[in-house]
Design a protein around this ligand. Sequence first.
Ligand code: IMP
Length: 430
Amino acid sequence: MPNVVVIGAQWGDEGKGRIVDLISEKVDIIVRYQGGNNAGHTIVIGDEKIVLHHLPSGILRENKLSVIGNGVVVDPKVLLAEIKELRAAGYTADETNLRISDRAHVIMPYHRAIDLARESMNGKGRIGTTGRGIGPVYEDKAARRGIKFADLIDPDSLSSRLKEVLEERNLYLTKVLGGDALDFEEIFEEYSEYGKELKKLSCDVSTLLNNSISNGQNVLFEGAQGALLDIDFGTYPYVTSSSSGSGGASIGTGVSPTTIDTVLGIAKAYTTRVGEGPFPTEMSGELEEKLRQAGGEFGATTGRSRRCGWFDAFAMKYAAQINGISWIALTKLDVLSGFDKINVCVGYKYKGKELSSFPSTNHVLQEVEPIYEEMEGWKEDISDVKDVSDLPVQARSYLENLEKLTRVPIYTVSVGPSREKIIFLHELFS
Ligand code: IMP
């Protein structure tokens, strides 16, 4: 089994959680490397639906080690609630199967306050963030005023760091954003308690992972969000604030790029996006509503309606190039059943000219016209299909076309939400 990175190949919500859950059976360690509780990975086991925000999806498997890397930003209150919920559901989430990097940055109350205040101030220019404080915590990390997990679990360190930082952040909150100042004592009391509860989980993740790999263990690096939300390569400024592409796996864990063998990109059979920002293949009206309802396209983290559109092979080819995607796991093919015609975007036109590469600026992306190839749809319910040869001929043509247009082979196709509703086109991780 190789060391594999799993990333979202679109704008997030591709169904990464269930694919990670599936592959995690075959690896020893599952590690999250970026993002925070802006993510919401949904996994369906029998009648049970579990949504994970902070914890790697591997936490649901027995005898696996789940790790939160240094690139992740941790909201300790949310993490503790998630751990409690999992334990109540009968899963193990303690020092025997869970570790958190002492270098991970901590989401503090002022990060959430700043995120929310900015979004409500920005009107038309808002990003449509999840409101979890993600942008502000990564900003503080880059500005060298962050609080790390190692500080959280050490009361002296937490006290001195918080004093230094809070004064400046309160000035920003009150004078610039017109919000209320936050109280040092209150935060310190609450967060030092969280530190006490979480201390046992703290570790040097880079050393742990490198030693484990040297000893022959395999690691699955679990990305959050998606390639087009990446801070560098996404549709900036409508992106998240971390490296959600495959490169983030190395930066966010302290494992070198040379130890990563393969990259699996998860893509929906169509496209969705939450929040603001350009979306060339976005649908509208009844067609969009039909897809939204059929796919249950409502956010796992914020409950917001997701914007829906056709599969964008041009964007996917770009995502594959940047991230070295070697295989696609295609999700939700069953949702497309019942559409008479299915469009696939094969390129973009800007001011009447076809573009040769994915645009790097927002104003161009906002104005591009997608070039579509129209394909025949299928009427059959495919949710019980177990072998690709039993799919309707139109569905098989659709898959073949996606492989041709993106130049990436398809590894799996999902036809329903539960663990067993997956068709394997190749055997990769035996
Ligand atoms: P933030 O990550 O909360 O700062 O939000 C920035 C942008 O990324 C917004 O458009 C969010 O809707 C989007 N975003 C963040 N996390 C996810 C996710 O897990 N799935 C889909 N979109 C996300």
